[in-house]
Design a protein around this ligand. Structure first.
Ligand SMILES: C[S@@+](CC[C@H](N)C(=O)[O-])C[C@H]1O[C@@H](n2cnc3c(N)ncnc32)[C@H](O)[C@@H]1O
Length: 221
């Protein structure tokens, strides 16, 4: 087993402005359809789960009773404190820990499932994060993802690339919209077992972050 908490591991990533904004925005997003997407993301999960980049804990209330426990890893201190509060209010056992996606505070092959929700776009090293998930997942373990994704039209892709090269990452916590989470997941050796594309929010006005994917992948057995 590799050491789950190497000394000096960077665990805190303070983003003072983004964290305060996200805490408010995430509540509004629930009424725009995110609540239903979170339920779909988590339905059917069982056993021990790791949620990476848990933010202020908006998923916690939606874990089904079949989940025995959740380790929720969050590097941003303000959001992590809110997540700890949210964890105290739900019936599923949730432990909130500092950490980053590429250094999870968990032993090898210790969880049945992993959840990535609106996180991959702000990871600086997606291959390292996915390798770390493969380390902590049991063979054949499940990865559930709800992420925004690169557009399937050239016009919106161009808009995403301009947004990514200018203000978007500064305003939205390091988010890059022209990323392809599913390509990264399959390149890391996971097998996609279901996937759907969707728009969020599902309104007429299209933003760089509108195209989303929701799906399930399986780690090699
Ligand atoms: C848009 S928020 C989504 C929060 C939450 N997953 C949700 O569904 O509401 C992105 C989250 O990813 C976290 N994050 C950013 N970089 C990370 C990293 N390297 N490792 C783990 N989490 C990270 C941020 O701190 C933030 O909480």
């Amino acid at each position: 087993m590799t050491d789950p908490l190497p000394s000096g591991a960077p665990r805190d990533r303070p983003r003072r402005l983004f964290s305060r904004c996200y805490a408010r925005m995430s509540v509004r997003m629930e009424d725009e359809g995110m609540r239903e997407l979170r339920v779909e993301l988590l339905t059917g999960l069982r056993g021990e789960v790791v949620e990476v980049g848990a933010g202020n804990g908006m998923n916690f209330a939606h874990y089904p009773r079949t989940v025995a426990s959740v380790v929720a890893v969050e590097p941003e201190p303000y959001l992590r404190a809110l997540a700890a509060r949210a964890a105290a209010e739900v019936s599923v056992q949730v432990t909130v820990l500092p950490g980053t996606a590429d250094r999870l505070p968990l032993p090898d092959e210790s969880v049945d499932a992993a959840v990535l929700c609106l996180v991959m776009c702000s990871l600086d090293d997606r291959p390292a994060a996915l390798a770390e998930l493969r380390r902590v997942l049991r063979p054949g373990g499940i990865l559930r993802v709800l992420e925004h994704t690169i557009a399937d039209t050239p016009g919106l892709r161009a808009v995403q690339r301009v947004a990514d090269a200018t203000l978007w990452p500064l305003l939205v916590g390091g988010c890059h919209t022209a990323t392809d989470p599913i390509a990264a997941i399959t390149a890391a050796g996971f097998e996609m077992i279901n996937l759907r594309r969707l728009r969020f929010p599902d309104i007429r006005f299209t933003q760089p972050s509108t195209p989303h994917v929701l799906g399930t992948a399986r780690a090699p057995a």
